[in-house]
Design a protein around this ligand. Structure first.
Ligand SMILES: CC(C)(COP(=O)(O)OP(=O)(O)OC[C@H]1O[C@@H](n2cnc3c(N)ncnc32)[C@H](O)[C@@H]1OP(=O)(O)O)[C@@H](O)C(=O)NCCC(=O)NCCS
Length: 169
Protein backbone atom coordinates (compact mmCIF):
# COMPACT_ATOMS: atom_id res chain seq x y z
CA UNK A 1 0.00 0.00 0.00
CA UNK A 2 1.35 3.39 -0.97
CA UNK A 3 1.07 6.39 1.31
CA UNK A 4 -2.40 7.84 0.85
CA UNK A 5 -4.22 10.97 2.03
CA UNK A 6 -6.25 10.20 5.14
CA UNK A 7 -7.65 13.46 6.51
CA UNK A 8 -8.59 16.83 5.09
CA UNK A 9 -5.91 18.44 7.32
CA UNK A 10 -3.02 16.61 5.69
CA UNK A 11 -2.49 13.42 7.70
CA UNK A 12 -1.51 10.40 5.64
CA UNK A 13 -2.02 6.65 5.96
CA UNK A 14 0.55 3.98 5.17
CA UNK A 15 1.89 0.63 6.31
CA UNK A 16 3.87 0.59 9.56
CA UNK A 17 7.64 0.36 9.00
CA UNK A 18 10.46 -0.63 11.38
CA UNK A 19 11.63 3.00 11.45
CA UNK A 20 8.22 4.01 12.92
CA UNK A 21 8.72 1.88 16.00
CA UNK A 22 10.43 4.45 18.18
CA UNK A 23 7.34 6.69 17.99
CA UNK A 24 4.92 3.77 18.11
CA UNK A 25 6.56 2.37 21.24
CA UNK A 26 6.50 5.77 22.95
CA UNK A 27 2.71 5.98 22.44
CA UNK A 28 2.27 2.33 23.36
CA UNK A 29 4.22 2.68 26.62
CA UNK A 30 2.32 5.78 27.71
CA UNK A 31 -1.07 4.20 27.12
CA UNK A 32 -1.08 0.51 27.96
CA UNK A 33 -0.56 -1.39 31.20
CA UNK A 34 1.09 -4.21 29.27
CA UNK A 35 2.63 -2.50 26.25
CA UNK A 36 3.63 -4.47 23.21
CA UNK A 37 7.38 -4.69 22.64
CA UNK A 38 9.49 -3.73 19.64
CA UNK A 39 9.76 -7.43 18.87
CA UNK A 40 5.98 -7.87 18.81
CA UNK A 41 5.48 -4.92 16.44
CA UNK A 42 8.29 -6.19 14.20
CA UNK A 43 6.60 -9.59 14.09
CA UNK A 44 3.35 -7.87 13.04
CA UNK A 45 5.13 -5.98 10.24
CA UNK A 46 6.57 -9.27 9.01
CA UNK A 47 3.28 -11.19 9.23
CA UNK A 48 1.63 -9.38 6.31
CA UNK A 49 -0.88 -9.97 4.84
CA UNK A 50 -2.42 -11.73 7.86
CA UNK A 51 -1.51 -8.74 9.97
CA UNK A 52 -1.41 -5.33 8.33
CA UNK A 53 -0.26 -2.70 10.82
CA UNK A 54 -0.97 0.83 9.62
CA UNK A 55 0.13 4.26 10.79
CA UNK A 56 -1.25 7.77 10.38
CA UNK A 57 1.51 10.36 10.00
CA UNK A 58 1.33 14.13 10.01
CA UNK A 59 4.45 16.11 9.10
CA UNK A 60 6.79 13.29 10.19
CA UNK A 61 4.93 12.86 13.47
CA UNK A 62 3.28 9.57 14.15
CA UNK A 63 -0.32 10.41 15.05
CA UNK A 64 -1.93 6.97 15.33
CA UNK A 65 -1.59 3.28 14.58
CA UNK A 66 -3.75 0.22 14.25
CA UNK A 67 -2.98 -3.49 14.06
CA UNK A 68 -5.70 -5.47 12.29
CA UNK A 69 -5.52 -9.24 11.85
CA UNK A 70 -7.37 -10.76 8.92
CA UNK A 71 -7.92 -14.37 9.88
CA UNK A 72 -10.10 -16.44 7.54
CA UNK A 73 -13.41 -14.55 7.47
CA UNK A 74 -12.80 -12.59 10.66
CA UNK A 75 -11.14 -9.30 11.48
CA UNK A 76 -9.51 -8.94 14.88
CA UNK A 77 -8.47 -5.42 15.87
CA UNK A 78 -5.45 -6.33 17.98
CA UNK A 79 -4.22 -2.84 18.82
CA UNK A 80 -5.16 0.79 18.20
CA UNK A 81 -3.89 4.02 19.73
CA UNK A 82 -3.81 7.72 18.95
CA UNK A 83 -1.11 10.17 20.10
CA UNK A 84 -2.46 12.49 22.82
CA UNK A 85 -1.96 15.56 20.59
CA UNK A 86 -4.22 14.10 17.90
CA UNK A 87 -7.17 12.85 19.92
CA UNK A 88 -10.85 13.67 19.33
CA UNK A 89 -10.24 14.42 15.69
CA UNK A 90 -11.84 11.21 14.51
CA UNK A 91 -8.58 9.35 13.75
CA UNK A 92 -9.43 6.18 15.67
CA UNK A 93 -12.94 6.12 14.25
CA UNK A 94 -11.62 6.54 10.73
CA UNK A 95 -8.90 3.91 11.21
CA UNK A 96 -11.37 1.35 12.48
CA UNK A 97 -13.77 2.10 9.63
CA UNK A 98 -10.87 1.74 7.21
CA UNK A 99 -9.82 -1.71 8.46
CA UNK A 100 -13.47 -2.84 8.55
CA UNK A 101 -13.69 -1.77 4.93
CA UNK A 102 -10.50 -3.70 4.07
CA UNK A 103 -11.91 -6.70 5.91
CA UNK A 104 -15.17 -6.56 3.95
CA UNK A 105 -13.16 -6.54 0.72
CA UNK A 106 -11.46 -9.70 1.99
CA UNK A 107 -14.92 -11.16 2.57
CA UNK A 108 -14.71 -11.01 6.35
CA UNK A 109 -18.06 -11.41 8.08
CA UNK A 110 -17.32 -10.18 11.58
CA UNK A 111 -14.93 -7.87 13.44
CA UNK A 112 -13.80 -8.52 17.02
CA UNK A 113 -11.87 -6.60 19.64
CA UNK A 114 -11.27 -6.57 23.37
CA UNK A 115 -11.33 -3.63 25.75
CA UNK A 116 -11.07 -2.97 29.49
CA UNK A 117 -14.42 -1.92 30.88
CA UNK A 118 -12.72 1.06 32.58
CA UNK A 119 -11.54 2.36 29.19
CA UNK A 120 -14.61 4.47 28.54
CA UNK A 121 -13.04 6.43 25.67
CA UNK A 122 -12.40 3.23 23.73
CA UNK A 123 -15.65 1.47 24.59
CA UNK A 124 -17.69 4.55 23.61
CA UNK A 125 -15.77 4.72 20.37
CA UNK A 126 -16.51 1.07 19.60
CA UNK A 127 -20.19 1.37 20.56
CA UNK A 128 -20.53 4.41 18.31
CA UNK A 129 -19.24 2.26 15.45
CA UNK A 130 -21.79 -0.49 16.08
CA UNK A 131 -19.69 -2.93 18.11
CA UNK A 132 -21.68 -4.82 20.73
CA UNK A 133 -20.52 -6.63 23.85
CA UNK A 134 -20.60 -10.38 23.30
CA UNK A 135 -18.70 -11.61 26.39
CA UNK A 136 -17.62 -10.16 29.71
CA UNK A 137 -14.51 -11.73 31.25
CA UNK A 138 -14.42 -10.94 34.94
CA UNK A 139 -11.09 -10.16 36.65
CA UNK A 140 -9.42 -10.69 33.28
CA UNK A 141 -6.89 -7.87 33.66
CA UNK A 142 -6.62 -8.22 37.44
CA UNK A 143 -8.99 -7.80 40.39
CA UNK A 144 -12.22 -6.03 39.39
CA UNK A 145 -10.96 -5.25 35.90
CA UNK A 146 -13.24 -6.82 33.32
CA UNK A 147 -12.48 -7.44 29.69
CA UNK A 148 -15.30 -6.72 27.27
CA UNK A 149 -15.22 -8.73 24.06
CA UNK A 150 -17.02 -6.73 21.39
CA UNK A 151 -18.06 -7.69 17.88
CA UNK A 152 -19.66 -6.16 14.84
CA UNK A 153 -21.09 -7.91 11.82
CA UNK A 154 -19.55 -6.96 8.49
CA UNK A 155 -21.02 -7.21 5.02
CA UNK A 156 -18.61 -9.10 2.74
CA UNK A 157 -18.10 -7.20 -0.52
CA UNK A 158 -17.17 -8.40 -3.97
CA UNK A 159 -13.38 -8.44 -4.07
CA UNK A 160 -11.08 -7.00 -6.69
CA UNK A 161 -7.94 -8.95 -7.57
CA UNK A 162 -4.63 -7.36 -8.52
CA UNK A 163 -5.67 -7.23 -12.19
CA UNK A 164 -8.62 -5.11 -11.25
CA UNK A 165 -11.04 -7.92 -12.08
CA UNK A 166 -14.01 -8.01 -9.76
CA UNK A 167 -14.97 -11.41 -8.41
CA UNK A 168 -18.17 -12.18 -6.50
CA UNK A 169 -18.04 -11.95 -2.71
C1 LIG B 1 -9.43 5.34 22.54
C2 LIG B 1 -8.66 6.17 21.51
C3 LIG B 1 -8.01 5.20 20.50
C4 LIG B 1 -9.63 7.12 20.78
O1 LIG B 1 -8.92 7.80 19.77
P1 LIG B 1 -9.46 9.19 19.12
O2 LIG B 1 -8.83 9.33 17.79
O3 LIG B 1 -9.27 10.29 20.09
O4 LIG B 1 -11.01 8.87 18.97
P2 LIG B 1 -12.00 9.57 17.93
O5 LIG B 1 -11.66 11.02 17.80
O6 LIG B 1 -12.05 8.77 16.69
O7 LIG B 1 -13.37 9.45 18.74
C5 LIG B 1 -14.51 8.84 18.20
C6 LIG B 1 -15.57 8.74 19.29
O8 LIG B 1 -15.12 7.92 20.36
C7 LIG B 1 -15.60 8.44 21.62
N1 LIG B 1 -14.49 8.94 22.42
C8 LIG B 1 -13.19 9.08 22.03
N2 LIG B 1 -12.44 9.55 23.06
C9 LIG B 1 -13.29 9.73 24.10
C10 LIG B 1 -13.11 10.19 25.42
N3 LIG B 1 -11.91 10.57 25.90
N4 LIG B 1 -14.20 10.20 26.24
C11 LIG B 1 -15.42 9.82 25.79
N5 LIG B 1 -15.65 9.38 24.53
C12 LIG B 1 -14.60 9.33 23.70
C13 LIG B 1 -16.53 9.57 21.24
O9 LIG B 1 -17.80 8.99 21.01
C14 LIG B 1 -15.91 10.06 19.95
O10 LIG B 1 -16.80 10.78 19.13
P3 LIG B 1 -16.92 12.39 19.32
O11 LIG B 1 -15.52 12.94 19.35
O12 LIG B 1 -17.69 12.79 18.09
O13 LIG B 1 -17.64 12.58 20.60
C15 LIG B 1 -7.57 7.06 22.19
O14 LIG B 1 -8.17 7.74 23.28
C16 LIG B 1 -6.37 6.29 22.69
O15 LIG B 1 -5.39 6.11 21.97
N6 LIG B 1 -6.43 5.80 23.94
C17 LIG B 1 -5.29 5.07 24.52
C18 LIG B 1 -5.11 3.72 23.85
C19 LIG B 1 -6.38 2.88 23.93
O16 LIG B 1 -7.09 2.88 24.92
N7 LIG B 1 -6.63 2.12 22.85
C20 LIG B 1 -7.78 1.24 22.76
C21 LIG B 1 -7.49 -0.04 23.46
S1 LIG B 1 -8.89 -1.16 23.41
Amino acid sequence: METQPFTDWGAQLRRMRPEDLEQVLAIEQRNFHEPWTRRSFLAEIETAPLSQPLVVVYENQLAAYIVPWFIADELQIANVAVHEDFRRRGLARQLIMHVCDLAQRRNCRVAHLEVRRSNTAASRLYESLGFQITTVRRNYYGPNEEALLMSKNLTPLASTNTNGIVSPG
